[in-house]
Design a binder for this molecule. Structure first.
Ligand SMILES: Cc1ncc(COP(=O)(O)O)c(C=O)c1O
Ligand SMILES: Nc1c(O)cccc1C(=O)C[C@H](N)C(=O)O
Length: 413
């Protein structure tokens, strides 16, 4: 593969025009969209309009005039096709952590018994998912919630008739390994268990088929591949087959059947709105609403195809330049089995990451010794991949990453 081949890939890229939709600083190769997506230009415009026009000018009347009150559902309906969900099953709210608490708790109340009390997840799931399960186990007694964490490759076999809920993340945040959600769901259902899927690293990067796979519940964030901005609200999916069967524990007024009747008695909404709790963050939710316009008429198969070629090109170049002795791939070799990221093990992963950031290549480090590269098909070009690998080669060959200035660890990476 040479530069001409790479330039040919870019000139034949059906998604090439999307890059112009984003503000990406000059001289920056941004390979961290799996942590925080880049800023869509239209989001700036929308946030300006919502703050200056709606909030600034129309003040409180905006709840009706600009339909702020229905924004969580409106955004939920925009997310729905991206994750393979029909209408009425998705709502935008809170964070993944809070939404997992709601869903896991509701799932246990609905499906748990003293004989069926296990919540299964994998040991290297994203920590917040594990903490929520541990927290619930502490809140309920062990007879009602016994949290079990297993190795990722043991997930399928660990499901049995004592499983109340299996809670998995489709694409592992550290390794980029992608799980087979269909098989896990089938197995869960064969044993009478429910499944909750975390789509943090899937939504917007690849097609997701929640309805087709008959997944019971899902959560996901909007600040990665959906480009909603830092701390943008997350989403909840509940399969319509569970309609009316779940009761989420945070019985807040926005989840009430009729919040503006100010009824002292809580009556949950009969639909997905029940999963709301308090007042939605309108500015942030408007930002994601605008960012989602980029997904109108976007074929996620095309997005996935490009993602696969981006990751394959990157890894091929690492091999072609003989860098794989130093950077040992943690992500699966098979493109089918990985998400839109590549992770490599390297003793000096932190230092390498800092040296690359100094050269405008933004990746991230994950403890204890991994460097992660995220590929966002809407704004990453094949030339980005080429240039990033050139920089990696230079930094590794020169040994500059061993410089003391790259060893200063920061709190957030
Ligand atoms: C798989 C996964 N789940 C959950 C989270 C955290 O979600 P939140 O901060 O919205 O609670 C992240 C990343 O922040 C993640 O990668
Ligand atoms: N959510 C984050 C944050 O608030 C600060 C810094 C990073 C994040 C992340 O999203 C981390 C990310 N989920 C990961 O995959 O590591």
């Amino acid at each position: 593969m040479n530069l001409t081949d790479v330039e040919r890939l870019d000139s034949n890229d059906p998604l090439a025009q999307y890059r112009d939709e984003f503000d990406i600083p000059d001289n920056t190769i941004y390979l961290d969209g799996n942590s925080l997506g880049a800023l869509p230009k239209r989001v700036k415009q929308r946030v300006r309009e919502v703050t200056e026009q709606q909030w600034g000018n129309d003040l409180i009347s905006s709840w009706n005039q600009h339909d702020w009150v229905n924004l969580p559902q409106q955004v939920g309906e925009k997310i729905a096709p991206i994750i393979g969900a029909a209408e009425g099953q998705v709502i935008c709210c809170d964070s993944i952590s809070v939404n997992l608490f709601k869903l896991l708790s509701a799932a246990l109340s609905c499906n748990g018994t003293t004989r069926r009390n296990k919540v299964i997840s994998s040991h290297d799931n994203f920590p917040t998912d594990l903490y929520i399960a541990q927290g619930l186990q502490g809140l309920l007694d062990e007879a009602r919630c016994q949290f079990v964490d297993v190795q990722e490759d043991q997930l399928l076999d660990s499901i049995d008739d004592s499983t109340a809920v299996i809670m998995v993340t489709e694409v592992n945040f550290r390794s980029g390994k992608r799980l087979d959600i269909k098989s896990l769901t089938e197995r869960a259902h064969q044993h009478g268990a429910l499944i909750i899927v975390d789509l943090a690293h899937s939504a917007g990067a690849m097609p997701v088929y929640l309805d087709d796979c008959q997944v019971d519940m899902a959560v996901g964030c909007t600040y990665k591949y959906l480009n909603g901005g830092p701390g943008a609200p997350a989403f909840v999916y509940v399969n319509k087959a569970l309609k009316g069967k779940l009761q989420q524990p945070i019985a807040g007024w926005f989840g009430h059947q009729n919040p503006f009747e100010f009824d002292p008695q809580y009556q949950p909404d009969s639909g997905i709105k029940q999963f709301l709790a308090g007042t939605p963050s309108i500015i942030s939710m408007s930002a994601i609403d605008a960012a989602l316009e980029l997904f109108d008429n976007l074929d996620l198969q095309t997005v996935r195809k490009k993602s696969v070629v981006l990751t394959t090109l990157f890894d091929d170049l690492i091999n072609q330049y003989g860098l794989s002795d130093q950077l040992q791939r943690l992500s699966p070799a098979s493109t089918e089995e990985r998400g839109s990221q590549l992770s490599y093990s390297f003793d000096f992963a932190y230092e390498l990451c800092q040296a690359l950031i100094d050269r405008g290549v933004i990746a991230d480090y994950r403890a204890p010794h991994f460097i992660r590269f995220g590929f966002a098909p809407l704004y990453n070009s094949y030339k980005d991949v080429w240039n990033a690998v050139e920089q990696i080669r230079d930094v590794l060959h020169s040994g500059v990453y061993k410089d003391n200035r790259y060893a200063q660890r920061q709190a957030v990476t």
